[in-house]
Ligand binder design. Structure first.
Ligand SMILES: Cc1cc2nc3c(=O)[nH]c(=O)nc-3n(C[C@H](O)[C@H](O)[C@H](O)COP(=O)(O)OP(=O)(O)OC[C@H]3O[C@@H](n4cnc5c(N)ncnc54)[C@H](O)[C@@H]3O)c2cc1C
Length: 424
């Protein structure tokens, strides 16, 4: 691996009840996603302030999409008709210390929620590489963090409040609704508008983060299990060398050329969980900004073979790559989760923003990963065919049925969903 290998051990805009362009996000009057690689198909954006406003708006529209914090790289959140933002509905949590849960309105980001939890003695089980993303958007696409024993972020969801296509309010909970709940959590925005989410919380904790550089590929091949996980009950001893990788002597950005100022504290300095689990700090630009991302989930047991399969494309991939990440995620039972009933390892690519070149590379990567039934990340770029998606995401037919129950006419469907989920 000649890229540095990172081993992570562990104003809202003024709410307006009228349809308006999204002033804060639009550049040259065009509404774009965070990375700027996608211009949304409409700037008809409505910002809702309350559950009642969401219900009224949904009843009036024949087609719409809810937008979170716009961090997806593909057109999953796009609409050519109407976009609904809940950004103003970002009230902090209603913490239930007895039940170990927190309930939030769906416009809130992890960055807003985490300090609130920590000061009250609680934590979430895991976070993604950045806290800037909305909880509803992240859970809807099965966004994940790192750690063999950590399910993706959606696994912390214990209840949802959803406004359906008819404007009705439906409540689903892990305890009461069984399979319907497990189908709805990673919902790709297809079932309706999530207006409230309840998450499991646990006692707050402190963490240290160490970065090691230049892990030899042969060490990864021969010792992947030992590198990815730590024996139960053992503390990590931050020796200066770890399977041939050298402990960094200063904070580093995953993309070597960029300033580590944007990154969470490293070098073993202890700090609260939410300032160590993500790679990037709230209030600073995460990653590079002008970039593309794609990511594939392979079953944990095939991790080494899959990494070596991608490595065969090294010479084609390298000129276009900024950084790659390999992370482990526990299995879950959420229908459209890439970790549905299988623990996974993800192979992630942060690309230079050259879509024609990346577009050309993807089928080769997907071909190398096909023997492992690699599942693409819902929020990132992929070229996997709808037929292949159906064979690797086994619960798509049940998900289609569940979506039709809450949205019979396809009010919340867009091109992404029609192509990848609802095509026969
Ligand atoms: C720099 C960067 C780093 C990233 N790091 C990670 C990472 O570590 N791990 C990982 O897995 N992913 C990562 N991602 C991907 C990111 O987590 C996902 O794209 C996630 O969906 C972003 O949430 P969002 O609110 O911005 O989603 P959006 O793009 O706004 O929306 C995503 C989907 O959620 C739906 N949605 C949003 N809000 C609602 C709602 N209230 N009700 C119903 N549906 C809703 C939308 O309709 C859409 O279908 C990263 C992305 C970036 C840009």
């Amino acid at each position: 691996m000649n890229k540095r290998t990172f081993i992570k051990l562990f104003a809202a805009m003024i709410a307006s009840p009228v349809i308006s362009p999204l002033f804060a996000w639009a550049q040259s009057n065009k509404l774009k996603n965070w990375a700027g690689n996608l211009e949304y198909g409409t700037d008809r954006l409505y910002s809702a302030n309350s559950l009642e406003q969401v219900r009224d708006y949904v009843k009036k529209q024949s087609k719409l999409k809810v937008l979170g914090t716009r961090h997806c790289f593909n057109n999953i959140a796009d609409s050519t008709h109407n976009i609904l933002s809940l950004k103003s509905m970002d009230e902090g949590g209603a913490l239930d210390p007895e039940a170990h849960t927190v309930t939030v309105t769906a416009g809130i980001t992890y960055g807003q929620l985490c300090p609130y939890l920590h000061t009250r003695g609680f934590a979430l089980h895991n976070l993604a590489s950045l806290p800037h993303i909305s909880i509803a958007g992240a859970c809807s696409t099965a966004t994940h963090g790192s750690g063999e024993k950590n399910g993706n972020l959606a696994t912390a969801v214990s209840a949802l409040e959803i406004v359906t296509a008819a404007g009705e309010v439906v409540k689903l909970s892990r305890q009461i609704d069984g399979e319907a709940f497990r189908g709805a959590v990673v919902g790709l925005g297809a079932l309706g508008v999530i207006t409230k989410i309840t998450l499991d919380v646990q006692p707050t904790f402190m963490m240290r983060q160490y970065v090691y550089e230049n892990l030899p590929l042969s060490e990864m091949r021969d010792h992947f299990d030992a590198i990815e996980s730590i024996e139960e009950g053992q503390a990590f001893e931050a020796t200066s060398e770890f399977f041939g990788a050298k402990r960094a002597i200063r904070n580093l950005h995953p993309i070597a050329e960029l300033s580590a100022e944007n990154c969470t504290e490293q070098m073993g300095v202890p700090g609260p969980w939410y300032e160590r689990l993500p790679h990037f700090r709230m209030g600073f630009t995460p990653s590079a900004g002008k970039e593309l991302q794609s990511e594939y989930f392979v079953p944990r047991r095939h991790a080494v073979e899959a990494i070596l399969a991608v490595e065969r494309l090294h010479d084609q991939i390298s000129p276009h790559l900024m950084i790659s990440e390999i992370r482990a995620i526990a299995a879950d039972n959420l229908w459209l989760s890439p970790c549905y009933e299988q623990p996974c390892v993800t192979i992630h690519f942060t690309w230079k923003q050259d879509w024609p070149a990346v577009r050309k590379l993807m089928p080769g990567i997907e071909k190398e990963l096909a023997p492992f039934n690699a599942r693409p990340h819902w929020g990132k770029l992929f070229t996997t065919s709808p037929a292949d998606l159906k064979s690797i995401y086994k619960k798509i037919p049940e998900f289609v049925q569940l979506s039709k129950k809450y949205d019979p006419q396809g009010k919340f469907r867009n091109e992404f969903l029609n192509t990848n989920i609802f095509s026969s």
